[in-house]
Design a protein around this ligand. Structure first.
Ligand SMILES: Nc1ncnc2c1ncn2[C@@H]1O[C@H](COP(=O)(O)OP(=O)(O)OP(=O)(O)O)[C@@H](O)[C@H]1O
Length: 230
């Protein structure tokens, strides 16, 4: 079956400095995969490569068709990125932020109402400005906005960074629902417990190279821990 996202011998660099080297992996339809590795291993760069933000060599394909260097193409082809940090529009309301993420030709089920069911806190404060939201609510809003594009695959970059454990639990439960509704997820997380709760597979990077991959149960093995331990 054609992969939803496929990296084939991908090299990524910033101004000539090579960060990813010969990375190959694929994500199937409806899969939940964790992307792990130490700080600076190249996890964010791997996600950004789909959008052609670093310079990319090799092939990145969405459903069998290579993505070009046009940065916004992946979003219209069903791959949405929630970047690291709480990337919302602070001077717009919750509802306006969500509407900005809405896909042009919508056919799926991620309406504003569905996002409020997923994250009730957002629904209770639909008219609040981004600046009035807690860190956790901002992350929920960033995920909600990405879902409004009806992605087949959601790329999430460290969504739990700086959040309290109780909020992390809410995110775990929401992402489980997102996955159950058929969206594939590639999750970058330092919080390995979150990947163990949600993903079926992991991919591990070490200094820009694919160092290990396998079922999520293997994350606890000594070999993998040596690759990812901080
Ligand atoms: N915009 C950029 N310009 C130049 N170098 C960059 C840029 N972004 C990242 N890098 C470098 O690329 C390497 C990989 O960074 P990247 O952010 O992809 O790693 P990461 O695994 O996501 O790390 P972290 O867990 O700290 O977010 C690092 O050496 C970093 O300094």
């Amino acid at each position: 079956m054609t992969a939803l996202l496929e990296f084939e011998n991908v090299y990524a660099s910033y101004a000539g400095a090579v960060v990813l080297q010969d990375v190959s992996f694929s994500i199937g339809k409806g899969e939940f995969v964790g992307l792990v590795g130490r700080n600076g291993a190249g996890k964010s760069t791997a996600l950004h490569s789909v959008y052609g933000i670093p310079q990319v060599q090799g092939t990145i394909s969405i459903e069998g068709t290579p993505v070009g260097q046009r940065q916004y193409e992946p979003a219209s082809r069903g791959v949405s990125l929630v970047p690291q940090g709480k990337s919302i529009f602070p001077n717009l309301t919750v509802e306006e932020n969500l509407l900005l993420g809405r896909a042009a030709n919508r056919s799926g089920s991620w309406t504003v109402k569905a996002i409020y069911e997923l994250f009730p806190n957002l629904g209770r404060g639909a008219k609040r400005l981004g600046t009035e939201l807690s860190g956790g609510e901002q992350q929920m809003l960033a995920i909600g906005r990405a879902l409004m594009a009806e992605p087949k695959l959601l790329l999430l970059d460290e969504p739990t960074e700086g959040l309290a454990p109780v909020i992390v639990d809410e995110l775990v439960s929401a992402l489980r629902t997102v996955h159950e509704r058929g969206t594939a997820v590639l999750l970058v997380e330092q919080h390995i417990g979150m990947i163990q709760q949600l993903a079926s597979r992991f991919i591990a990077l070490r200094t820009g190279e694919l160092a290990a991959a396998g079922p999520v149960e293997d994350l606890g093995t000594r070999d993998v821990q040596e690759i990812i331990a901080l």
